[in-house]
Design a protein around this ligand. Structure first.
Ligand SMILES: C[S@@+](CC[C@H](N)C(=O)[O-])C[C@H]1O[C@@H](n2cnc3c(N)ncnc32)[C@H](O)[C@@H]1O
Length: 218
């Protein structure tokens, strides 16, 4: 089921989780304002290289919005994105209207059955979407990232992606000063981020009364 959100971009409804993939106030706006800007993707792009860990690729809005904004800030930037997604619904994504400039990447993804992942690569971008449970996949990642987009469904519906143990494993994959961004404002989520050793602070207030959450690796 498709929904046109407040900024004109379309999102989908997940029957499995009984939730929309994005905020009804604006799907792409949410990606830009709650993830790309707070994670300082534009500033990182100007330095020439960015690596992003993208939890819950979903419709790919966070990942592609990051590519759009990074390339706009620096056309020569190198962007490496590692996404985890347990259920990539590629066919449903192909005709979504969202205004994202680089969304065509979705149509160019190639599947590798050996690594169980989708890839897209060009001279600027290296995107890999690993299919499986992020709680397991994060345990065998051999590198660290500048930014983490933590975008699971809500803690009550998708609890495994909000625990202290999970955030501790994520924290190990963050470079010093890397920022994790999430839309959630839940007290328990913030507690678990802090217990994982991250410095937790308010993100922007977009489309509702409470702020989102940011967590920095110290
Ligand atoms: C809110 S949506 C993400 C939206 C996405 N970031 C975007 O920009 O379009 C959450 C995603 O997390 C995925 N997911 C839920 N639990 C997961 C898990 N344990 N491992 C990997 N992906 C998971 C869901 O399938 C869903 O696509």
């Amino acid at each position: 089921m498709k929904l046109k959100t407040g900024d004109g971009s379309e999102t989908l409804y997940s029957e499995e989780y009984s939730e929309y993939y994005h905020s009804k106030s604006g799907a792409v706006q949410e990606s830009v304002e709650k993830y790309v800007k707070p994670c300082k993707i534009i500033e990182l792009a100007k330095k020439g290289f960015i690596s992003i860990l993208d939890i819950g690729f979903g419709l790919g809005y966070n990942a592609i919005a990051a590519i759009d904004m990074a390339k706009k800030a620096n056309p020569k930037v190198e962007i490496e994105i590692l996404s985890f997604e347990k259920d990539l619904q590629l066919e449903k994504l192909k005709d979504l209207k969202n205004g994202l400039k680089n969304y065509d990447i979705i149509k160019k993804l190639e599947y590798d059955p050996i690594t169980k992942s989708y890839h897209y690569e060009d001279s600027n971008i290296f995107l890999r979407i690993k299919i499986g449970d992020a709680t397991k996949l994060i345990k065998s990642v051999p590198k660290k990232f500048d930014a983490v987009f933590q975008d699971a469904f809500s803690p009550s519906k998708n609890p495994e992606l909000w625990t202290k143990e999970y955030f501790t494993n994520i924290s190990k994959l963050m470079k010093k000063n890397a920022i994790l961004a999430t839309y959630s404002y839940a007290r328990k989520v913030r507690e678990n981020l802090a217990l994982a050793g991250l410095e937790v602070y308010d993100g922007p207030i977009i489309g509702r009364r409470s702020p989102s959450t940011l967590a920095r690796k110290i």
